[in-house]
Design a protein around this ligand. Structure first.
Ligand code: NAD
Length: 526
């Protein structure tokens, strides 16, 4: 079914991309329903926060246990609604969420507690400072279809454990998985109004963005991200934007080609290439390039494409035909401009409408759309480079900056190059999996977005910092209050010299002057 039909007439329709079977239909949340959901969330949030971190993490533990019990059913539901192999649903969705829950259960209360703040400024030493971490209030999550469970669930767990209420607007293509997440959180004991899921289309998303929510976590395409940033700017709504990527893979001549080629094939074809962190551009040092291409072609040819419910399937269908059409256009453009098609390059119509063969292209260059725009499909475009500097320049020549990978036998070399890559994360001798490392911050630079989710930095985004300072000597007037005069100015000069003058002699002299002025000027405070 065409995506436009999927969102027709105020409803969204969930379709199995492998078979075309309709799995469910859902009315789109209207602007009024968004407002009502927000009012419920707003009412429920203070009590949720007052419950305290320990009780909230206990509920997260319930959720984790339930999810561990229901993992097979949840993974199969993800496969039915997205097409991805259910083995992959287990590794890239279930495992990620279970471990994210582990991270918050183990760390949230420590990371969220009040923190004493020491003051280095001598004039402020008599204050006792403290950092408080308060929930934002109601956090909205607007999410995509490609990881319909792990993206919203990891974000929701962080928001919830920090004491926020959450409203999730899932992708129009994956309402069922979102409702499953809602069911799991309900059963775990999270109050119904504290976590709400509202199926809907982009209009539902837009209504949520323009409502009085306190924070937005948006994951999706760059174009939608830009529209959302503009809408958010009208009322300075704080947003996290997790947007698209065009991740480079840099294979150096000292890499293990057998391992790197397996990594490239998995990194490019996982989730049929529909992963924000997937390998979208592959650069291989000249003298190992032929060997690398040959290995990738051989391994891509062995991949079994089919219905993801079959445990032997490596690559499932794409989400819908519109996405497949983008892939076709990119491959066609590359071939017209001189790329060599090494394998794949066509639909697998015998399997169904949304299947595309794992494709390897060689001799690509940066004039081709496939090296500039996000393809989001099962294509591995490979380009050779001469020296390290050229490889780095190619990797950084992109409007995106989500993540990158470097493949080398020399870890120190990899780490040195990683510092020069323009991306939010860099893996050395692996790709994609940083999303599954619960401690690691996830997010990009340049067009790939703003802000971070996951780990302690993601948790930090779910709170407002408040600084509170109290006087140790509340009965003392402050020196900088009114009572300005010549001797105050002299005292201030001496006081600054005590701290910042270059010569020790001047600092000692200034200390004596400062004391003298302090005693004289102190009595003249207003
Ligand atoms: P999309 O931008 O079309 O839609 C994402 C979500 O935004 C959907 O829920 C949609 O209904 C909603 N939406 C659309 N227009 C809206 C508007 N004007 N206001 C509010 N909400 C609106 O993206 P998609 O096709 O679902 O997902 C694929 C994209 O997501 C790819 O570009 C991919 O790279 C990116 N992505 C990024 C990350 C990351 O972490 N950086 C992760 C996964 C996917």
């Amino acid at each position: 079914m065409a995506p436009d039909l999927q969102a027709a007439a105020g409803k969204v329709v969930s379709v199995n991309p492998a078979t075309g079977e309709i799995l469910g239909e859902f009315a789109c949340g209207s602007a009024d329903e968004v407002r009502a959901a927000l009012a419920r969330a707003r009412r429920a949030q203070p009590a949720w926060f007052e419950l305290g971190c320990r009780r909230r993490t206990a509920l997260l533990r319930n959720f984790q246990r339930l999810l561990a019990q229901r993992k097979t059913d949840v993974a199969r539901l993800i496969t039915r609604e997205t097409g991805k192999p259910w083995v992959e649903a287990l590794t890239t969705e279930l495992a990620v969420v279970l471990d994210a829950a582990r991270f918050y259960i183990e760390n949230a209360c420590r990371l969220l507690r009040d923190e004493p703040l020491a003051h280095g400024n001598v004039a402020m030493k008599q204050k006792v400072g403290r950092i408080l971490r308060e929930p934002c209030g109601v956090v909205a999550i607007v999410s995509p279809w490609n990881y319909p469970f792990s993206i919203p669930a990891t974000q929701a767990l962080a928001a919830l454990v920090a004491g926020n209420a959450v409203i999730l607007k899932p992708s129009e293509f994956t309402s069922l998985v979102a409702l499953e997440l809602k069911d799991l959180l309900d059963r775990a004991g999270i109050p119904g109004d504290v976590f709400q899921a509202m199926p809907g289309d982009r209009a539902t998303g837009a209504a949520l963005v323009s409502s009085e929510i306190d924070k937005l976590i948006f994951t999706g395409s760059v174009s939608t991200g830009k529209a959302i940033a503009q809408a958010a700017a009208t009322r300075l709504l704080p947003v996290i934007l997790e947007l698209g990527g065009k991740d480079p893979m840099l294979v150096l001549e000292d890499a293990d080609i057998e391992v790197a080629s397996s990594g490239a094939v998995w990194g490019a074809f996982v989730n049929a290439g529909q992963a924000c962190l997937s390998v979208e551009r592959c650069y291989v040092q000249h003298n190992v390039c032929d060997r690398f291409v040959e290995a990738c072609v051989r391994k891509a040819g062995k991949l079994r494409v089919g219905n993801g419910m079959d445990p032997e399937t490596d690559v499932g269908p794409m989400i819908h035909e519109r996405q497949l059409h983008i892939v076709e256009q990119h491959v066609e453009d590359a071939r017209e401009r001189g790329a060599r098609l090494m394998t794949g390059g066509s639909r697998l119509a015998g399997l169904g409408a949304n299947f595309y063969a794992p494709t390897v292209l060689a001799d690509v260059n940066h004039a081709m759309r496939i090296m500039r725009e996000e393809t989001f499909g099962p294509v591995l475009p490979i380009m050779s480079f001469g020296d390290e500097e050229e490889g780095l320049a190619l990797a950084n020549d992109s409007e995106y900056g989500l993540s990158a990978s470097i493949w080398t036998g020399d870890r120190a070399r990899g780490e040195r190059l990683a510092r020069r890559i323009a991306a939010g994360s860099v893996l050395i001798n692996d790709a994609v999996c940083s999303f599954g490392i619960s401690e690691a911050p996830h997010g990009g630079i340049k067009a790939s977005g703003i802000g971070r989710t996951h780990g302690r930095f993601g948790l930090q985004e779910m709170v407002r910092l408040k600084y509170v300072a109290a006087e140790r000597l509340p009965r003392m007037k402050k020196m900088w209050w009114y009572g300005y005069n010549q001797s105050f100015a002299r005292w201030m000069e001496a006081f600054l010299d005590v701290q910042f003058a270059r010569s020790t002699k001047r600092r000692v002299e200034a200390a004596l002057q400062s004391l003298e002025y302090f005693l004289r000027a102190g009595s003249r405070r207003l």
